[in-house]
Design a protein around this ligand. Sequence first.
Ligand code: XMP
Length: 326
Amino acid sequence: TWTASNVIDEQVAAIRAQVGDGLVICGLSGGVDSAVAAALVHKAVGDNLTCVFVDHGLLRKGEREQVEKDYVAATGIRLKVVDAVDRFLDELDGVVDPEEKRKTIGRLFIRVFEDAAREVVEEAGAHGQQVDYLVQGTLYPDVVESGGGTGTANIKSHHNVGGLPDDLQFSLVEPLRTLFKDEVRAVGAELGLPPEMVWRHPFPGPGLAIRIVGAVSRDRLAVLREADAIVREETAAAGVDRDIWQLPVVLLADVRSVGVQGDGRTYGHPIVLRPVSSEDAMTADWSRLPYDLLARISTRITNEVREVNRVVLDITSKPPGTIEWE
Ligand code: XMP
């Protein structure tokens, strides 16, 4: 029978068998998957694990601070924070195609992990050694949708599956590769991670880059980050977070429409709200959020984010729409 504690025992044994006393790093995204994967590996190999959190400039408001503070407090895991904002945004400059964005980001993550791995060896004074293992929080649906399952088309390259470079120097440790999200949450709870972490909504590794339809820039990221923060504040205040799977907020950066604010004409961008309900992200339905909540979100975004003059609601299920717009 499936129980979280059986999964933990099996995975801890499998991780020990795979990595022995080798050095391990884990890319932490702030989301539940990598948090649970890291906690499992920490249980298996203790301080041979270093977590790496990459600030790629595509994060939501407050996310970096939250990981720096809360995750370390909750787990005691050693954490290295890498500021790679310029590196990512320079490479993404002018990139519009969603798959190209995903692959660029996937490749850069690995390059940053390689650099971090060298520092880990130096800091450990482990001369002549290297970090051979990289932990990723890949779930079963990520594998399937990136074309890694049998008989499925490649829908999109999840950054940690289809976006990996060919010359990867690490062996991957992926203790969640056979699990669905609800199972990961159960494992996380069993491992003692705090509820805010276990119940966080999924957030994709490529971050806000795949929520800007069009090229990514610092200005566009700033607009989307503000709108997204308003949405998160309002859904939390309304107490609906547990009723929905996630709520991507998307900026249609290349679309403009005419509006009127005060007594002036505006020519701004639309923000799309994409609230979805789902069991495992393989299929989803659009969430029927209360109208008064939607109204508050719309009013606040158009009042507080100058570049946005229209808020629209995505009422497409998956299929045919995917959850993210890119
Ligand atoms: P889609 O858009 O394919 O998304 O319906 C399914 C789920 O996966 C998340 N997602 C990602 N997560 N790296 C991730 O870590 C990615 O590249 C990625 N792409 C999509 C998405 O947020 C949803 O929960």
